[in-house]
Write a protein that binds this ligand. Structure first.
Ligand code: GRF
Length: 196
């Protein structure tokens, strides 16, 4: 299955997909890796693996008109690689409804909390602040909401007494990487059918 991956940060989840694809564990071809952050860790990991990369930066505080234009630019960049599936993992921008309907492929996303609990950009911090004893991660299909699409897979992660957001997030990422590879494998093999 031909995929494009969008990242914004270090790309450790992307690295897990890269490694699984290169080892033959995962039957996907990563056509390209894109980001809204030029030079981010995820793009560097893709370049190190000789995978095409692209960046479509979006400045902070962009106007609605500029965001709409950015969505169109990003959509065109993704479509140019003709993916069968788009994966957002550590991608920190909300994609517009127009993007979703124009990109021509279903999208799956990873989130470091047990949705529907703790959606949004601070799921780990919010779970910790709430005092939950169990949190985790979710792989879901992206719809026009924020972390609201159909849930495909989840894994539980215990919160330990002396956890801070960083230590808890690192523990969640271990499960997240496993879950993302397993879910991609299930989608690629047809075990999971994604809605249009
Ligand atoms: C992941 O936990 C992802 O779910 C969240 O941000 C983190 C990105 O980590 N949105 P990385 O960039 O894959 O290392």
């Amino acid at each position: 299955m031909r995929i494009v991956v969008l990242v914004s940060g270090s790309g450790s989840n992307l690295q897990a997909v890269l490694d699984a694809a290169q080892s033959g564990q995962l039957d996907v071809q990563i056509a390209a890796v894109g980001s809204d952050v030029d030079g981010c860790g995820g793009l560097q990991r893709a370049e190190a693996a000789s995978i095409p990369t692209f960046a479509v930066p979006l400045e902070r505080g962009a106007s609605p008109q500029r965001r709409a234009e950015w969505n169109r630019e990003l959509c065109a960049a993704v479509r140019s690689y003709e993916p069968e599936l788009l994966v957002t993992s550590g991608f920190m921008k909300i994609l517009s409804e127009q993007f979703l309907t124009s990109v021509g492929a279903p999208i799956i996303n990873t989130h470091p909390a047990l949705l529907p609990s703790f959606p949004g950009a601070h799921g780990v911090r919010d779970a910790l602040a709430h005092g939950v004893k169990i949190t985790g991660c979710t792989v879901h299909q992206v719809d026009a909401g924020v972390d609201t699409g159909p849930i495909l897979a989840q894994a539980a992660v215990e919160v330990r007494e002396h956890d801070d957001a960083a230590s808890l997030h690192e523990r969640i990422k271990v499960q997240e990487r496993r879950l993302l590879v397993e879910t991609l494998s299930a989608v690629a093999s047809g075990q999971i059918h994604l809605g249009g």
